[in-house]
Design a protein around this ligand. Sequence first.
Ligand SMILES: [Zn+2]
Length: 87
Amino acid sequence: MFARLGRLWRRARRQRWMSVAVENLATGARGVDVLPIDDLIRHEFGEGCPCGPKVELHHDQDGADVWIHVHASLDGREVREHAKAHA
Ligand SMILES: [Zn+2]
């Protein structure tokens, strides 16, 4: 089990992205932010982030709305990762 966790963790580090579950306690709205790690700017949760995240609405297993905010990295790592995946 620990070996498997270690592999997942290494993969996450190589990808340099993390996803964080966020819940707005005032409204009960749930969301997930997908953020680049160690980017050139500090990202803020939600769609108000300066990077202009892509917003997608998903439905949880219990039918609840979950907003996914996919942030854009300012160092352009998506482009490199895409190129690598298709090399
Ligand atoms: Zn952002």
